[in-house]
Design a binder for this molecule. Structure first.
Ligand code: GTB
Length: 217
């Protein structure tokens, strides 16, 4: 059965792969599962039809037969559990790969989102200038810890897994800040993820949406 995912009709990042449908597309590409995409506008995301699929009115969602999922962690885990290629066969290695997925979403992503919010939504507040260095320090702490663990390995736990997929996509949000470059092994790790053919296909597919919708009459 071909799953259908939802994605932004016009991604605010201009098709740079930062919206979260990219991680789902990437997972589907890694396992060789074809998929369909339904594009939704910001208005449609908050309407009852989409809220049936996603209680928080966001993208992406994932529909496969009578199964509907939201939350990229759950969607990528579902894909990884139902196809070969994103989780190791050995039970302990599999549990560790899933642990890295949770670490990406629960431990590394929150301070990165906090930084994005501080820059995008709070820059006009009187306290913004004072707060920003604190938020940046929290991100640096996580990056330092992650860089120490990764060391000179290619991936977080021997071979590439859904844990790396999630971590790379989370870290990509920092590229424009320059902070990743302070940790050369993390910058190289992200570049390794981006060099994967499945990532390139996912990136190009979501980028093509932005090009098509911004050039349409
Ligand atoms: N925890 C959820 C998940 O992992 O699935 C979070 C989903 C989420 O935040 N979705 C965002 C959304 O639908 C799109 S990806 N937002 C609309 C809304 O909440 O009303 C987040 C995102 C948006 C824009 C950029 N960007 O422009 O760079 C990057 C990431």
């Amino acid at each position: 059965m071909i799953p259908t995912i939802t994605a932004f009709e016009r991604s605010p990042d201009g098709g740079q792969g930062l919206a979260r449908d990219t991680r789902v597309r990437w997972a589907l590409e890694e396992v060789g599962q074809p998929y369909q995409v339904r594009l939704v506008s910001f208005k449609a995301m908050k309407e009852p039809e989409h809220l049936e699929l996603h209680p928080f009115g966001q993208i992406p969602t994932y529909e496969e037969g009578d199964l509907t999922l939201f939350e990229t962690g759950s969607i990528v885990l579902h894909i990884a559990q139902n196809h070969k290629g994103l989780l190791p066969v050995d039970a302990n290695a599999r549990a560790r790969a899933i642990t890295w997925m949770f670490a990406a979403l629960n431990t590394v992503e929150p301070p990165i989102l906090e930084l994005a919010n501080a820059k995008l939504l709070e820059s006009d507040r009187s306290w913004s200038k004072e707060r920003l260095p604190l938020v940046m320090d929290r991100v640096r702490t996580r990056l330092r810890e992650l860089a120490n663990r990764l060391g000179d390995a290619d991936w977080l736990d021997s071979s590439f897994s859904a844990g790396d997929l999630m971590m790379v996509h989370v870290l990509q949000r920092l590229k424009s800040s320059g902070m990743l470059d302070e940790f050369p092994n993390l910058a190289a790790y992200v570049a390794r993820g981006e060099a994967r053919p499945a990532y390139k296909r996912a990136f190009n597919a979501q980028s093509a949406v932005f090009t098509a919708t911004s050039t349409a009459p």
